[in-house]
Design a protein around this ligand. Structure first.
Ligand SMILES: Nc1ncnc2c1ncn2[C@@H]1O[C@H](COP(=O)(O)OP(=O)(O)OP(=O)(O)O)[C@@H](O)[C@H]1O
Ligand SMILES: [Mg+2]
Length: 303
């Protein structure tokens, strides 16, 4: 049994909005990335997982407990970071954390202290005076202060600066090492690439692709750009039967897209030529997704 299960979840808000027959699961110790553009259905799915919304059909469960039936228990135990946070006014961050400690029954403040240090948060100012980033950090610390085994994070790094985003990714990797199970929604490719074992893409309320990013990287075509020393060399090379994605006579360049199986013979061929530059363009999850969205096609390569 998976720790987190989304089983044919449907919630139709009308006009094609909502989530439709969404299935996903996260096993113990796994970090699962839920990627999709604005309005795709990430928060809707997460709100169902946390038991804030009732499914129209299908179900969601955490640790074998139906989210809707056991919402109070799950909301108490799971480390949930919402996409949008509203703090009460009229208190300081420290007062707010104390209140949360009581509600959560946190008696040992050591982990909270560690979180404050990790995220460089000084909570001793009024909630109203806090910058957006500081509020987000406070939300992060609040969600994790009871050291939960399961983390459900809705765009956790939005509003954080790049250095804090890196710190957050390191924190997620550390938590994964400690055996935590993590469900993370995002539209930041780098974040999911760096932290997730499996990624699903949701679009218009439907899962359109699911894959292991490492497998995808290995199996994806490779792109090389070669610049030749003179026109004759360039002309000779461009008669080869490769998949040229672009050729530039003025710059004496060619850009080639290769399957893994073609790389050895390509390198043997190219060694016969006088070249002035050779560049490999590493696979980028971002390029892949952008292409995927633009072409609007269902990815069938890696399952
Ligand atoms: N309570 C609601 N009533 C009506 N429509 C809703 C409701 N909640 C969400 N929607 C619609 O469902 C779709 C999915 O919204 P959702 O908030 O899940 O997207 P998201 O993937 O989290 O987007 P974002 O990246 O912008 O946070 C959107 O079209 C949204 O307008
Ligand atoms: Mg959202």
């Amino acid at each position: 049994m998976s720790v987190i299960e989304v089983d044919h979840l449907t919630k139709d808000y009308g006009h094609g909005r909502g989530v439709f027959d969404v299935c996903a699961h996260v096993d113990k110790g796994e970090c699962f990335g839920f990627l999709g553009p604005n309005g795709a259905g990430k928060s809707t799915t997460i709100r169902h997982l946390m038991g804030f919304s009732k499914p129209q059909s299908g179900s969601t469960a955490i640790d074998g407990l139906d989210s809707w039936v056991h919402s109070a228990q799950l909301q108490h135990e799971v480390g949930y970071l919402p996409g949008e946070i509203a703090f009460p006014s009229g208190m300081t961050g420290t007062q707010f954390l104390k209140m949360q400690q009581k509600m959560r029954g946190v008696t040992d403040p050591a982990y909270l202290e560690k979180l404050l240090k990790t995220f460089e948060l000084n909570p001793n100012i009024g909630l109203k005076q806090m910058s957006l980033g500081t509020k987000r950090k406070l939300a992060v610390v609040t969600a994790f202060m009871h050291d939960p085994q399961i983390l459900i994070l809705d765009e956790p790094t939005s509003g954080l600066d790049p250095i804090m985003q890196e710190i957050f990714i390191d924190y997620i990797l550390e938590e994964k090492k400690r055996g935590k199970t993590i469900f993370l929604s995002s539209h930041i490719f780098h974040e999911v690439d760096a932290s997730c074992d499996r990624i699903a893409i949701i679009k218009d309320g439907k899962i359109v692709s699911e894959f292991d990013p490492e497998v995808l990287k290995k199996e994806s075509d490779k792109i090389y750009r070669v610049t030749f020393q003179d026109k004759k060399q360039w002309e000779a090379f461009t008669t080869h039967n490769y998949h040229f994605t672009s050729i530039n006579a003025r710059k004496l360049r060619a850009r080639i897209q290769l399957k893994n199986s073609e790389i050895t013979s390509f390198l043997a061929d190219i060694s016969e030529y006088h070249i002035s530059d050779f560049t490999e363009f590493p696979f980028s999850l971002e390029d892949y997704f952008m292409k995927f969205y633009r072409e609007d096609k269902v990815f069938e390569g890696v399952k």
